[in-house]
Each structure stands twice: as structure tokens, then as C-alpha cells.
Design a protein around this ligand. Structure first.
Ligand SMILES: [Zn+2]
Length: 492
């Protein structure tokens, strides 16, 4: 059901705009996923949560969302530049080297194994954070022929050139280069470091393809250019190479979503160079605009400092759980602050988030018991929708929930319409925020099994057994409640 129009802050337009799609009712959405050389930190997840929030809200509004989120498993070099080591190969050498004592004893299979392991941990974190599964999770290493196809088009059209060590995009040929980030070729030139690569025509030219020569002679994951055939072995080979980081997203989005997207999301750190370069590649090999809307999540700081691996102050989802929090507390914490506000993470903030979330869960459980209804109801549900339609204003949307909580508690005799409104609100808020179910993760499996046995006993009308199991659950510290879906347990 489409109610009021959604307005989003578009980084490309540098203002809020009304959202509309290429195809009515359908959204093609692309999110830059992680580079799997380590377990992503909570700052990375804050960006994925913003994308998840947008997707959920679009779905509540009735859109069909086709969401693609990639896995970068090759070609992302340290410091996000064209020189230096591949982040994943570097990590593989560090981990294997720590065991064997020999940094060079690493094979392509070891690199792949490292990438897959961190990919697994990433998926595990996404599951406990209740991030919805996208339509597809393409891997960069599985999209090489599509990348080469774009590179060849760019070469044919004169937007790229070949050097001894790779193929580069020629920024001079793109009059719109800089339109997303606000950079100009002049300020990029004066801000450039001493030229590392003498063959580049402009310091801002960026690698589409790197050849396995010179400092990349030992790159392990490599493909033949232009056939795209996977190669084994290492050593100097100019016909072998690997893709640049930016071309990966242009190819993965095109192969799964087509040449034009409705919305592209990422962290603010991605605006330049990554997203600027994606636009240049896609629009010079295909139609404009590459994406109609660009949404960026402001970063998370640790108190006053930037959260970064090099500062050693990053936190992961398991770090949060180890402190006794539910991953959904983190979800609530991040969603309670507007996505374009720079959140300064504190444990105090985590604690407040937990309390607020549990308050809402408790209230929702109180009000529950009647059929949840779809669709926007009266005032509260409308106010909630208004807040979300105003550039995903989650703090304002949560304020509506707290207002409803206050009113239902001070006035228990709501009439049928008011009751329906509150139930609508609970329904859409639950789907949008995704953190108001009580979390099953923290309840041990044997307790959940007992709850299941109690349901079976009740189904066969063995009330003596059902009571016995209830007593046991209570004696083990759990509150027992009956609901339409069966026995619900909660820590006392
Ligand atoms: Zn990307």
C-alpha cells in the first residue's frame, strides 16, 4: 500500500528528493558489501543496517525490492589505492605465515579459504542482526568476464588506456567525473601524492585491471585477459591479471540488476573514490544515470576517535555479545539515530538502547493478542509513516511508538478504532525496525526444546505433562506465556 511519497536525501543531487522508480512498484537496489579479509566491524554493519532499513521500509510501502549485495574477495588493495598489496592476500600471508613461519608459503587456495571463512562470519553476523537476505550475493571472483566486457567497452570508446602494468580509466574523458563527491580534476591533481605510477595520464586515473607484473607478479588470484579464464601459478605474466576494486561493483550490479539502478547504498567512506569511479565506469559504458539515488551512511565513531583497524579500536558483533548484549540491542542503537548523523558509540548508549528496546518489546507483548492488520491505520500508524517517509527519520518514528505506549498505558479502554491503529503501528514498526521480537538466540536450545515439548503435550491435551514442563521452565528461571504461536519463554 503506497501512502504518502517517500523522500530521500540523494548524495548525487545533494538534497532531499521524492523517490520514484524506473519501473512502477519495483526497486533495483545495490549495496556495496564487505571485503572479506577480516570480520567486519560494527561500523560496517551500521551501513548494512541502513540499507536493510531502507529495503524494509520500501517493502512495507508495497514495493517489490530486488536487492543485490556483493562480496569483494579479490582486487581490493590496501589503502583503497591502485598500488600495494591485495587486502585478502596480505591477510592470508599473515595468517598462514604465523603458523608456518614462512610468509611466502601461501597458495591461491589459501587465499580463497581465507575469503570464504570471513564471508561465513559475515553471514553469521548478518543473520543475528536480522538483516534480510538479499536477492543475490555475487562474489567479485565469480564476475570476471562481465568486468572484462565493461573494460573492453571503455577501451573501445576511448575512456580507458593500457600501460605496462594495467588498464586505467582516463578521467579527462569524463566531463562529469566528480559529480558525486564534489571533487574536481584540479583539486585531485594538486592533492595527489608524488606520482607512483609514471605512466598514468592523470593522478586520478584509476585501475580497471592490474597485470601480474612488477609488484603484482606474485598476485595469486589471476585471470587471462581478455578471455577471463582462471589461471593458476604465479610469477611475471602480462597476459594475466586481476580487476580493480571499483569495476567489480559496476559489473556485479549490471549483471544482476541491469544497466540502471533505482538506488545504490554504501558507507560515506565509499563516496570517493569508490562510488565516483563506479559512476564513471558504468555511465561511460552504458546509459545515464547509473543510479537514480545514492544513499550514504555516516560513519560510527568510538567516542571521539574514528573507528579503524589501524587504531585498534574496532568492535565486532561478538564483542557486543560478549558484554551481555543481544545483537538486536545493537540494531536498535544504530537505528535509533538518524542515518545521516555521525553516531559516537558508547557502552552507555548501548545500555540505553537495550532498555528502550526491551521496553518496546514488553509493551508490544502487552498489546498483542489480537489479529495484526496490514496497511496504514489511523493517526499513530500515519505519523510513523510520515516520519519514515521523511528521509527515514527513525528517531521520530520511535518517538511515535513511545507516544502510543504512553497513551495505551494511561488509557486502557481504547475504542476499536484506536486499538486497530495501535496494532497497525506495531505491525509496521516491527517489520521496519526488525528488532522487536524477543530474541531466540539467547535462549538455550534445551529450554526451547522443553517449550516445544510443552506445545506437543497441550496439543494432545495432556495438561498434567504441560503443567509439569511449565513448572520446570519456571524453576530454571524462565517466564512462560501462552500465545497463538505456542509457548513463549523469557528470562525472568
Ligand atoms: Zn562497491
Amino acid at each position: 500500500m503506497e501512502a504518502s511519497p517517500l523522500r530521500l536525501y540523494n548524495t548525487l543531487a545533494k538534497r532531499e528528493e521524492e523517490f520514484s522508480t524506473i519501473e512502477p512498484g519495483k526497486v533495483r537496489m545495490y549495496t556495496c558489501g564487505p571485503t572479506v579479509y577480516g570480520r567486519p566491524h560494527i561500523g560496517n554493519y551500521s551501513s548494512f543496517l541502513m540499507a536493510d532499513l531502507l529495503r524494509r521500509w520500501l517493502e512495507v510501502k508495497g514495493y517489490e525490492v530486488k536487492h543485490v549485495k556483493n562480496i569483494t574477495d579479490v582486487g581490493h588493495l590496501v589503502a583503497d589505492r591502485d598500488e600495494g598489496e591485495d587486502k585478502i592476500e596480505k591477510q592470508a600471508k599473515a595468517e598462514k605465515g604465523a603458523v608456518s613461519g614462512q610468509r611466502s608459503a601461501v597458495s591461491a587456495e589459501d587465499v580463497i579459504a581465507i575469503a570464504r571463512r570471513y564471508e561465513e562470519l559475515f553471514l553469521e553476523d548478518e543473520r543475528v542482526l536480522r538483516i534480510l537476505e538479499p536477492f543475490a550475493r555475487p562474489r567479485a571472483s565469480g564476475t570476471i568476464p562481465e568486468m572484462i566486457a565493461i573494460i573492453r567497452t571503455l577501451l573501445d570508446r576511448g575512456h580507458a588506456y593500457e600501460t605496462d602494468d594495467g588498464i586505467y580509466f582516463d578521467v579527462h574523458t569524463d566531463l562529469e567525473y566528480g559529480k558525486l563527491s564534489g571533487n574536481t580534476l584540479e583539486n585531485l591533481e594538486s592533492g595527489a601524492r608524488i606520482a607512483v605510477n609514471e605512466e598514468k595520464r592523470h593522478p586520478a586515473d584509476f585501475a580497471l585491471w592490474k597485470k601480474c607484473v612488477g609488484e603484482n607478479a606474485h598476485h595469486l588470484l589471476r585471470w587471462r585477459y581478455p578471455s577471463g579464464e582462471r589461471l593458476s601459478g604465479e610469477g611475471e605474466d602480462a597476459s594475466a591479471g586481476f580487476p580493480g576494486w571499483h569495476i567489480e561493483c559496476s559489473a556485479m550490479s549490471r549483471s544482476l540488476l541491469g544497466e540502471q539502478l533505482d538506488v545504490h547504498t554504501g558507507g560515506e567512506d565509499n563516496i570517493f573514490p569508490h562510488h565516483e569511479c563506479e559512476i564513471a565506469q558504468s555511465e561511460n559504458s552504458g546509459p545515464k544515470p547509473f543510479s537514480r539515488y545514492w544513499l550514504h551512511k555516516r560513519r560510527i565513531d568510538m567516542g571521539e576517535a574514528k573507528m579503524s583497524k589501524s587504531l585498534g579500536n574496532i568492535l565486532t558483533v561478538p564483542d557486543i555479545v560478549a558484554k551481555g548484549f543481544d545483537p538486536l540491542d545493537l540494531r536498535y542503537y544504530f537505528l535509533s539515530v538518524h542515518y545521516r548523523t555521525n553516531l559516537k558509540f558508547t557502552w552507555r548508549g548501548m545500555e540505553d538502547a537495550r532498555k528502550a528496546r526491551l521496553k518496546i518489546v514488553e509493551w508490544m507483548t502487552e498489546v498483542e493478542g489480537q489479529e495484526r492488520q496490514e496497511g496504514f491505520g489511523g493517526t499513530y500508524a500515519e505519523k510513523f509513516a510520515e516520519a519514515m517517509d521523511g528521509d527515514l527519520n527513525t528517531p521520530a518514528a520511535l518517538a511515535v511508538l513511545f507516544d502510543a505506549m504512553k497513551e495505551t498505558r494511561s488509557n486502557p479502554s481504547l475504542d476499536a478504532d484506536q486499538q486497530a491503529d495501535v496494532l497497525h503501528l506495531i505491525y509496521i514498526a516491527g517489520r521496519t525496525f526488525g528488532c522487536f521480537e524477543s530474541s531466540a538466540e539467547n535462549i538455550p536450545a534445551d529450554i526451547l526444546a522443553l517449550a516445544g515439548q510443552r506445545d506437543e503435550a497441550r496439543a494432545r491435551k495432556d495438561f498434567a505433562a504441560s503443567d509439569r514442563i511449565r513448572d520446570e521452565l519456571q524453576s530454571r528461571g524462565y517466564e512462560v506465556r501462552d500465545s497463538k504461536e505456542g509457548t513463549k519463554v523469557k528470562r525472568k
